[in-house]
Ligand binder design. Structure first.
Ligand code: NDP
Length: 323
């Protein structure tokens, strides 16, 4: 496994990492989560992604329990959480990045994890109802109080990220280091265009999500919805239309030839393609079974094979369908 700097920070993260959205709590109990994390760790993963809102707080509890069982030295792994949506109702508890919510949320999250600090903390979405300056000060204070080491954003616009960075620069506060955007063969614009100037100007790092577009890029949805897949889960009906889209599934079928020529599987090709973008610090993978983790982590051997020629072939098959 290679380790890349998280943007301009000195922190090194494995180029492939492992997250808990959808799976922890609904498909993986603590035992299976521990097995998946152990498989990722054995492959060299040092970053495990989480969020307050995942499974209503249960995902942090499961990861914390798994970490306690695994007994890895705390200095060797990186854990994240994210805040915005909140876990309970109230004017200062939902859909906000105000100071009151954020400084309460981190304490509750650490209790669920059973950790003294998280390494990375994200503002999970932008909040148009809180001044960015208030949020930046709260994130700075979270770090100054020792509750987190680095902070960043998720799905913020380039303008919002730059505004936060400028405020932090002006007041000598801890700056946002990383952004967590969706990035896969069908979702490219933000990473490849919108953020372009930020990589150079402020040294933005990326921890990208959904490299398989929730499983679409594995090819498993070509003939409908398998019973044991994410699209079959209760509460995820909203994903079904995108996952069974005929044009995208036809493109995925065509990608099989590229994967075969590279001697890898479709998931490995799709994950390696994300990691081959030098602006990406780490590709956060997801899995509902330990076997998927083992397969996906082998994508690290495929990254170097994604050369200009391969990229052109992939673009010809998927480029028109990408947003
Ligand atoms: P992917 O797009 O890679 O989808 C992962 C899912 O695809 C798995 O849970 C599994 O679902 C299926 N899958 C994975 N590998 C294989 C395989 N080898 N063969 C067949 N099926 C496979 O990533 P996620 O959408 O899970 O996102 C990854 C992480 O990113 C999350 O865990 C989370 O940490 C983060 N994230 C962050 C967001 C944000 O807003 N910041 C939003 C979303 C995710 P199944 O088996 O059930 O079909």
């Amino acid at each position: 496994m290679n380790y890349r700097r998280l943007g301009r920070s000195g922190l090194k993260v494995s180029e492939l990492s492992f997250g808990s959205w959808v799976t922890y709590g609904s498909q993986l109990d603590t035992k299976l989560a521990r097995e998946c994390m152990a498989a990722a760790w054995d492959a060299g993963v040092n970053f495990f992604d989480n969020a307050e809102v995942y499974a209503g707080g249960k995902s942090e509890q499961i990861m914390g329990a798994a970490l306690a069982d695994l007994r890895w030295p705390r200095e060797k792994y990186v854990v994240s959480t994210k805040f915005f949506w909140g876990l309970s109702d109230g004017p200062n508890q939902r859909n906000t990045l105000n100071r009151k919510y954020l400084l309460h949320a981190i304490e509750a999250s650490l209790l669920r994890f059973g950790l003294e600090y998280v390494d990375l903390v994200y503002c999970h979405r932008p909040d148009p109802n809180t001044p960015i300056e208030e949020t930046v000060w709260a994130m700075h204070d979270m770090i100054s109080r020792g509750r987190a080491l680095y902070w960043g954003t998720s799905e913020w616009s380039a303008d919002e990220i730059r505004a936060a960075w400028d405020i932090a620069e002006r007041h000598h506060l801890h700056k946002p280091v990383m952004e967590q955007p969706e990035y896969n063969l069908f979702r490219r614009r933000r990473v490849e265009r919108e953020y372009l100037r930020l990589y150079e100007d402020i040294g933005l790092g990326l921890t990208t999500w959904s490299p398989l577009a929730s499983g679409l890029l594995t090819g498993k949805y070509r003939d409908g919805i398998p019973d044991d897949s994410r699209a079959a889960l209760k509460g995820y009906d909203w994903l079904r239309e995108a996952l069974t889209d005929p044009a995208r599934n036809a493109a995925v079928a065509d990608l099989q030839a590229v994967a075969s020529d590279l001697g890898c599987t479709l998931p490995q090709l799709a994950i390696a393609w994300c990691a081959s973008n030098p602006h990406v610090s780490t590709v956060i993978t997801g899995a509902s079974k330990p076997e998927q983790v083992v397969e996906n982590m082998k994508a690290q051997d495929v990254i170097a094979r994604i050369d200009a020629g391969v990229r052109e072939r992939i673009d010809a098959l998927t480029g028109k369908l990408a947003r």
